[in-house]
Structures are given as C-alpha cells and as structure tokens.
Design a protein around this ligand. Structure first.
Ligand code: NDP
Ligand code: MG
Length: 389
C-alpha cells in the first residue's frame, strides 16, 4: 500500500485527488488530510479514508474538527505547526494543493523526508523555485508537476534531451474576459471573473485566469521547474484549452499534449508515475471538436504577462514579491477594495518599487527571506492603491 498525504484535500485539486484514491481503496493508506475552513468536508473525508490525522490550518476551528471526528479514531490537529508536523509523517506520495504561499512550508518539509511531491501549488515554485529544487536534490525527493500545462510539458519531454529544446509553449484559454471590450474591464465584477470558460477550479485560480496572472505564474513555474531561460518560454491563447502545452525542438518538431479539461488527468499521471494507467476521464472526439484555434496574447488586455517577464529576468526574491503582491491584489479585488484592472497596476508598481531597493535580485532564497519579502510586498500592495491610480 502506498502511504499518501493530501494538503488542501478540501479544495478542487484535493477533491479530484481523493476521487482517484477512492477508486482504488486497497492501493492507498491515507496518512494525513488537510484543509482550512471546510471542516465538515475534511472530517467526512478523513473518516472515509481512515486517515491517521486531519489538520485544519485555522486554530480557531480545532474544536469543530475535534467534534466532527469524535469517536472516529482520526486525530485532529490545527495550525501551521500541525501542517508541518503532518508533512513530516512518513509518506510515499504527497499532494501539495493548498492555495497560495501557505503551501510552501509544508511542501519543503515533505521534500526533506525524501517523498514524492505532486505539486499543484505553483506558488511554491514562483516564490522559492531554487529552494524547492535544491531541497528535492539534497534529500533525493522527486517533484512531479500537477499544473496541467507543466504535466503536459513533462510528458512531452519524456525520453528527450533538454539541449534539443528550443521553446516551451504554454497555452492559455484567455479566461472569462477574452472577448470583452477592453473598456469594460475596469468595471467587471468578482462574480463575472469567477467563471471560467473551460475549467472548473477554485475561485482564486479562476480569477487569476481571467487576469492571466495564472499564466504569468505558469511562465515563472516553467522556468523554475524545467530550468529553461525566459527567452525560450512563450504563452499563446488557445480558446479550446485542449492542447495544454507544447515543446518545440531544434529539428522544427513541436510535441503537443492534448487532453480533456479534467485535472484528474494530470493528478492521475503524477499519482501513477512512472506508469501510465487507465483514468476515468472523457475521451476526446476530435471530429466533433473540428478545429483548434490560436492567437497571440494581447499585452494590453493581459499586462500580467509582461510583469512575469520582468520577474523571470530579475530572479532572486522577485518571484516571492510578485506572488505575494498578486495574492494581496486578488484579496483586494475580491473584497471590493480595488477594480479588476487595478490588480495588474498594483502588482507592477509593487514589483518596480521592490526591485529599486537593493538586494532583492541577489538575495539568498530561504523560507525566512521569502516570508519577509512576502510580508513587505503585501503591505506595499494593499496600501498603494491611491498612489498608483
Ligand atoms: P481551492 O481554493 O479549491 O482549495 C484550496 C485548498 O487549500 C483548500 O483545501 C483550502 O481549505 C486550503 N487552504 C486555503 N487557505 C489555506 C491556508 N492559509 N493554509 C492551509 N490551507 C489552506 O484551490 P484549488 O484546488 O483550485 O488550487 C489549489 C492549488 O492548485 C493552487 O495553488 C492552484 O493554483 C493549483 N492549481 C489548481 C488547479 C485547479 O484545477 N483547481 C489547476 C492547476 C493548479 P478549505 O477549502 O477547507 O478552506
Ligand atoms: Mg495550469
């Protein structure tokens, strides 16, 4: 039996992961499941899978979790320390699917124990890519991408020589406002931004898809995970979202990964790797689909992509600043404190200000330095609205 732990079990990726585990109950021994606010779901799943421990990141919800688990034999725990403790419990496979920078510390801890980390939490790579890759190498741990684009690239690269790679092309649906007149974007609502044309995902990543901050994060994620230069990484709008990514080689060939809009594909690939096994996802009817379309991303509609280029060129702690600023700007948009288009203005301004300070690009990336840069960037972003308009 493979011992598995799921961080962010109550979320969209977490629930898709448990769906696959549920289909092969004899193959897995669930060590820990974690969540934050959805205590009912966390307790229900922890009992169903007979987990050793269920952890909520929110200490104020520990009593509720204890009550929901009472008599089940599943241990209840809460807080950041408990998440780290859960990551230290021996496991063969760990899903990192907390949303945001909060996913970084548990992921690093899991790597220190030499596990295989299935990484949905792209924020970890954006904030601290070199640290994550170094910890994996030091402890003989494996990181497998779960973001659909990066899983696609990973699959296209099997058996290939990285020296033959000329470019990696990440596709983008264009999000909720792909065809909205540009003038409307100042006034779009949170509800409108929370609906994705193709994928069913958590609210934050869905809004990040509308603004293309998600794609901006994915460009940085590509650089950090595959170790390729920014000049070899491209984004292209592909409204059908059926090609998840492409790899271009030095003989002119392009390998494209095509698949349905179902995260269980990328999750299942990471779960079964290095094998490829049957998955309960739809089979594409290509004749029915008929055509696939592509267009260059409009830099005016999607300013996040240019900010990502600045971040990739600068390196160091710039990614941690970018991610934190983006998270804060998103909080501000969701809470009605800024408009949709203000998000990119805030993040661009924060990255510029922080880059003008000494040391950001050459700083050593540690958990502490990332957290410090993160806190400064959040404060700057949320306080800065008036001055950047
Ligand atoms: P969701 O919002 O659906 O789920 C997030 C999970 O994290 C939930 O379990 C939530 O708990 C938990 N959580 C929230 N805040 C904290 C915190 N501060 N500390 C610890 N746990 C917390 O997100 P998704 O599943 O959509 O995304 C998860 C990650 O996967 C993100 O990094 C996202 O970018 C990435 N990803 C997601 C894809 C998707 O299809 N959804 C595709 C590719 C990548 P609770 O719900 O109990 O409050
Ligand atoms: Mg993705």
């Amino acid at each position: 039996m493979r011992r598995i732990t799921v961080f962010g079990a109550t979320g969209s990726i977490g629930q898709n992961t448990l769906d696959l585990v549920r289909r092969a109950p004899d193959a897995y021994d669930v060590v820990a499941l974690t969540g934050a606010s959805n205590i009912a779901q966390l307790a229900r799943d922890a009992i169903e899978f007979n987990a050793d421990v269920a952890v909520t990141s929110d200490p104020a919800r520990l009593a509720d979790l204890r009550a929901a688990l009472s008599g089940s034999g599943v241990e209840a725990a809460a807080g950041e320390g408990a998440l780290i403790e859960a990551a230290a419990r021996p496991a063969d496979w760990v899903m990192s699917a907390i949303v945001g920078a909060a996913g970084l510390a548990p992921g690093i801890e899991a790597l220190k124990h030499g596990t295989t980390l299935a990484l949905a939490n792209k924020e970890s790579l954006v904030c601290a890519g070199p640290l994550l890759m170094a910890e994996a190498a030091r402890h003989g741990a494996t990181i497998l991408p779960v973001d659909s684009e990066h899983s696609a690239v990973f699959q296209a690269l099997i058996g290939e020589d990285m020296d033959a790679v000329e470019r990696i092309i990440i596709t983008a649906s264009g999000g909720a406002f792909r065809d909205r007149p540009l003038d409307d974007l100042d006034h779009v609502t949170v509800a409108e931004a929370s609906s994705h044309p193709n994928w069913d995902m958590g609210q934050r990543i869905t809004i990040d898809s509308a603004s293309m901050f998600n794609k901006a994060m994915e460009l940085i994620e590509t650089k950090e995970f595959f170790g390729v230069g920014p000049d070899k990484i491209e984004a292209i709008v592909h409204p059908e979202s059926l090609i998840h990514a492409m790899v271009g080689f030095n003989d002119g060939a392009i390998m494209a990964h095509v698949g349905p809009h179902d995260m269980r594909h990328a999750i299942g690939f990471a779960l079964h790797w290095p094998d490829r096994r049957h998955l309960p996802v739809d089979r594409l009817d290509l004749a029915q689909i008929g055509q696939l379309n592509f267009r260059a991303p409009d830099p005016v509609r999607y300013p996040a992509l240019d900010i990502a280029r600045t971040v990739m060129q600068a390196g160091g702690l710039t990614g941690a600043v970018f991610n934190a600023s983006k998270e804060q700007a998103l909080d501000d948009f969701i809470a009605g404190r800024c408009s949709f288009t203000d998000m990119a203005r805030k993040v661009a301004s924060c990255v510029d200000v922080m880059l003008s300070r000494e040391g950001l690009q050459n700083a050593t990336i540690t958990l502490d330095s990332v957290q410090e840069a993160d806190a400064m960037a959040r404060a700057l972003t949320t306080n800065d609205v008036a001055s950047i308009k």
